[in-house]
Design a protein around this ligand. Sequence first.
Ligand code: FAQ
Length: 329
Amino acid sequence: MYAQLVETGVKRVKSLEEMSPEERNFQEKIDAEIKIEAKNWMPEAYRQTLIRQISQHAHSEIVGMLPEGNWVTRAPSLKRKLQLMAKIQDEAGHGLYLYSAMETLGADRDEEIAKLHSGKAKYSSIFNYPTLSWADMGAVGWLVDGAAIVNQVVLQRTSYGPYSRAMVRICKEESFHQRQGYEILLTMMRHGTQAQRDMVQDAINRLWWPSLMMFGPSDEHSPNSAQSMAWKIKRQTNDELRQRFIDQTVPQLELLGCTAPDPELKWNAERGHYDFGEIQWDEFYEVIKGNGPCNQERVATRRKAIEDGAWVREAAVAYARKQQNKNAA
Ligand code: FAQ
């Protein structure tokens, strides 16, 4: 079993016998569903795993604003523009809760953001695809937020208290995002022209597979899953969550009157799940290595935003200093 895990790059989980007394106590707490809080003792690897996952999650929320930001000025009506702006602002808020949760682990926000800007840090692969038509705003809300919710609903029960509490609020907002996205598509399909219906199908064709990739590599190729499951950072595996997403999304796809770009997608009554085709993992690994269609553009946009905002930060610091001096005088 161990040899098999090493071969596939999956990190090995220590047995109880191999743990130090502190580690064993920690694991017993986890097994008893007691939340770990910032000041509690935790193995260094647990802390580092959380910093890695929460920072990537926060970066995803922030970079995730960009594909949708692309359509704010071209939204088809005032109502749609307001909805889209509200959604994008929610994503910024999610990024901020998550950076705060990450800081409770002793990580430095500026350092982690610098890793994003140097292209070192990962963020969700999905945000490296372009948004080419208004229908993409519907498809991002429905599929991307839909996939994010499936993952995040389970993370509400993650073992680290501050992360789990951030997830509760984030999930409430994501579910509004998913509905507004689906409603955009439903309106285009039911009341739109043939050209608008074609746009919807085209958006689904382009975003379907990248949405399935959001759940990460299949379980046998996921190096972090076994340990993260043992620590209850992750409560379900990448493949379990991907299957749940497909099972709940296909009926919605049918209600829209659209199809998925997967000829192998079909209900399997014996398994009680939809079967689906092979994911193009080569494409996924290229995207997370930085070679997706929009990686460079996304990172450059974030870098520019930080540079352009320098004067605001400097002014805020100068004002705070002035107030401090005034209070001290
Ligand atoms: N993209 O061993 P695993 C959103 C990396 S929020 C890029 O399975 P793990 C809201 C992974 O980091 C979307 N990289 O890793 C929104 C690891 O690399 P490392 C974000 C990926 O951590 C909507 C390596 O591959 N959600 O969308 C991806 O156990 C609309 C091996 O993978 C979260 O971040 C990927 N898709 O499981 C915003 C949720 N998948 O670090 C705006 C929290 C894997 O070892 C608009 N995160 N990798 O070098 C998680 O649940 C987990 O981190 C997984 C990956 C499930 C993503």
